[in-house]
Design a binder for this molecule. Structure first.
Ligand SMILES: O=C(O)c1cc(=O)[nH]c(=O)n1[C@@H]1O[C@H](COP(=O)(O)O)[C@@H](O)[C@H]1O
Length: 236
C-alpha cells in the first residue's frame, strides 16, 4: 500500500464515537488527524488517545491559543504530555506569546495561524488589517518563525509567498482546501488539493469534504490518489 498522503483530516464531530470512527476510516490513507475545539472542549485530553488508536497516525491539536505569554505557556505545557505533532496558536498573539508556546512544548511543532481561511479582504480590513491578505499573512509568518514557530497555517493563496519568505525548513499547512466543484461552505480563500500542493503546501487540512461524505474512507482515498498524481512543488 502507498504511504499516507500529506492530509490532516479535521475531525470536527459532535461526539467522540463519530470522531473515532472517522479516524479509523481515514488513517490508512492520510498522515494526520486534527482534533479541534469542538471535540477537545467536550471530551478533554482523552480524545487524543481515542482518535490516535493503535494506528500511529500523527495528531494535530488545533486549539488556536491566543492569550498573554504566561497563560499560553501554561496551556502549551498542559497539552505537551499528549505528544501532539502540531499545536496551533494565533500568530497575532505576538512574538513573546509564540516563543512562550514553543519553549513550553519543545517536542511539538508550534503552528502559527496567520489569517484564517474564512476571512475575506473586506473582513480583514474591518478588523484593522489594511492591504491585501497576502501582506498580512507574510508579515505574521515572518514574525512567527522568528519567535520559534516551526509550522505556519495559511491559505493556499498565500503559501507560495510564505515559502519564499520563510524558506524550506518550515512546515506550511493549508486549510481552505476543496476538491474541484465542492461546496466552499464558510471557507473564503480556497483552492483544490492539487493547487495547494503545487503552490508548496506540506500538509493539507481537509474536513467536511471527507467527513461529510457518505464514505469518509473512500473520500480520503480518492483525494489521496488525486494528489499522488500531482507533480511535486519545485525543489526547495
Ligand atoms: O488552524 C486550522 O486548522 C484552521 C485555520 C484556518 O485558517 N482555517 C481553517 O479552516 N482551519 C481549520 O481547518 C478545518 C477546515 O475544515 P473544513 O472547512 O471542513 O475543510 C477546520 O477544523 C478549521 O478549524
Amino acid at each position: 500500500m502507498s504511504s499516507p498522503a500529506p492530509i490532516a483530516v479535521a475531525l470536527d464531530a459532535p461526539d467522540l464515537e463519530t470522531a473515532a470512527t472517522w479516524a479509523g476510516l481515514v488513517t490508512p490513507h492520510v498522515s494526520t488527524v486534527k482534533v479541534g475545539l469542538e471535540l477537545y472542549l467536550r471530551y478533554g485530553p482523552d480524545v487524543i488517545a481515542s482518535v490516535r488508536g493503535a494506528s500511529g497516525v500523527q495528531v494535530f491539536l488545533d486549539l488556536k491559543l491566543h492569550d498573554i505569554p504566561n497563560t499560553v505557556a501554561g496551556a502549551a505545557r498542559a497539552v505537551a504530555r499528549l505528544r501532539p505533532s502540531y499545536l496551533t496558536v494565533h500568530a497575532a498573539g505576538g512574538a513573546a506569546m509564540i516563543r512562550a508556546a514553543a519553549e513550553a512544548a519543545p517536542q511539538t511543532q508550534i503552528a502559527a495561524v496567520t489569517v484564517l481561511t474564512s476571512i475575506s479582504e473586506p473582513d480583514l480590513e474591518a478588523v484593522g488589517f489594511l492591504g491585501p491578505a497576502r501582506d498580512a499573512v507574510r508579515r505574521l509568518a515572518v514574525l512567527a518563525v522568528g519567535a520559534g514557530a516551526r509550522a505556519l497555517v495559511c491559505s493556499p493563496h498565500e503559501v507560495a509567498a510564505v515559502r519564499a519568505e520563510v524558506g524550506p525548513q518550515i512546515t506550511l499547512i493549508t486549510p481552505g482546501v476543496r476538491p474541484a466543484g465542492a461546496d466552499t461552505q464558510d471557507q473564503v480563500r480556497v483552492a483544490t488539493p492539487e493547487e495547494a500542493l503545487a503552490n508548496g503546501a506540506d500538509l493539507l487540512v481537509i474536513g467536511r469534504p471527507i467527513t461529510g461524505a457518505a464514505d469518509p474512507g473512500a473520500a480520503a482515498a480518492a483525494i489521496a490518489a488525486a494528489i499522488r498524481r500531482t507533480p511535486a512543488a519545485p525543489a526547495r
